[in-house]
Design a protein around this ligand. Structure first.
Ligand SMILES: Cc1cc2nc3c(=O)[nH]c(=O)nc-3n(C[C@H](O)[C@H](O)[C@H](O)COP(=O)(O)OP(=O)(O)OC[C@H]3O[C@@H](n4cnc5c(N)ncnc54)[C@H](O)[C@@H]3O)c2cc1C
Length: 321
């Protein structure tokens, strides 16, 4: 893909467990899990904490909402997302290890996308072993009702060799589907007095080129740097200025990444819905393929490297307080 660094698949659960473990070891940190926030606490138009589902109230100088694409705190704050593109649904499957081996061999370590007939299919070797398979379609489109029907649907969309490998995959080796609705969007302001939204809560990301976690981590890094000098000063105006600065600084990259993802999706849509275009490209692949690949790879740079750098290190004593 022309990247400066190899693309690395990371086990999300392991990453989260590792981060949580690191956080637990910091002084002054209390971690509560399985205790959802049900409402912000307000005082004089300022968010001053949160209420948990058991009625516990947690007070704080600042609430950082990282509660994902359906963010409750975003909704409670009355912040409206600008919706980007049309919604789609991804149905995720996993083909379990031994049975999926022939499909994994066919993939040769590549991420493969198959476009056609209005839907699309993506496959890659899973970090958990076996093969991860995503079926993308319009939310209103009918879905197969059994694993056998799903398997046949994938096979019909696939080239001959892959189709026969998929048909040979035993039904009991198919795990799923997990249905994930995808709605992409962003807030133009990520904050209110005493409240900052980060990650998908501020900008639900498309799965295209798998940038959602990168963007959420980059938000957190920049926020940490800006917030450290502003917290604990008893200066709410100064804190709010830091929140506005974080939102403005991160929006620049988020806008560019989401625009690149939208372009990529538009190309996929064009190919998906135009059989004649797929035929022309397939027929001319010998000479047009390398040219298109070069052009496409150049376009991928921003989706692979991000826009610019975010400082990775915090000031030396930053994590002690
Ligand atoms: C189909 C699909 C595939 C994707 N694939 C990739 C990929 O391969 N790589 C990638 O980088 N990105 C991918 N993304 C995007 C990625 O999932 C998100 O951008 C990323 O997870 C955002 O991280 P986050 O921490 O902001 O939100 P999330 O990961 O959604 O975390 C939000 C957390 O908040 C918790 N929460 C929610 N409400 C409350 C509440 N009221 N109280 C307390 N806690 C709450 C949730 O339980 C959750 O733990 C994909 C997205 C989709 C839809």
């Amino acid at each position: 893909m022309g990247s400066l660094r190899p693309c690395t698949l990371v086990d999300q659960e392991a990453l989260l467990a590792w981060l949580l473990d690191a956080v637990r070891r910091l002084d002054g940190v209390r971690v509560l899990t399985g205790r959802p926030v049900v409402a912000p606490l307000l005082s004089d138009g300022r968010v001053v904490g949160v209420e948990l589902d058991d009625g516990t109230e947690l007070q704080g100088e600042l609430v950082v909402a990282c509660d994902g694409r359906a963010s409750l705190l975003r909704r409670k704050a009355g912040l409206e997302l600008t919706q980007l593109g049309k919604p789609m649904t991804v149905h995720w499957f996993r083909l379990l290890t031994a049975a999926a081996e022939p499909v994994a061999d066919w993939l040769k370590g590549q991420f493969v996308t198959i476009l056609g007939g209005g839907d699309s299919l993506a496959l890659y070797a899973s970090v958990y072993g076996g093969v991860q398979l995503g079926w993308v379609q319009d939310p209103s489109a009918p879905v197969p009702s059994s694993s056998a029907d799903w398997r046949e649907r994938w096979a019909q969309a696939s080239p001959e060799r892959l189709a026969s490998l998929l048909r040979a995959c035993p039904l009991q080796a198919i795990q799923g589907p997990v249905r994930l609705p995808v709605q992409v969007g962003r807030l133009e302001h990520w904050w209110q007095p005493g409240l900052l939204l980060l990650g998908d809560a501020a900008h639900p990301m498309s799965p295209v080129r798998a940038q959602g976690i990168n963007m959420a981590l980059r938000d957190a890094l920049l926020a940490a740097r800006q917030l450290l000098p502003a917290l604990g000063q008893g200066n709410t105006a100064g804190l709010d200025r830091a929140l506005a600065a974080i939102s403005a600084a991160r929006l620049i990259e988020i806008r560019r990444i989401q625009a690149s993802q939208t372009r990529e999706l538009a190309r996929a849509d064009l190919l998906r819905h135009n059989g004649w275009l797929r035929q022309v490209l397939a027929a001319s692949a010998g000479w047009s393929g390398p040219l298109l690949a070069q052009r496409w790879q150049a376009d991928q740079a921003v989706l692979r490297q991000g826009c610019g750098t975010v400082e990775l290190t915090l000031p030396p004593d930053a994590m002690m307080g």
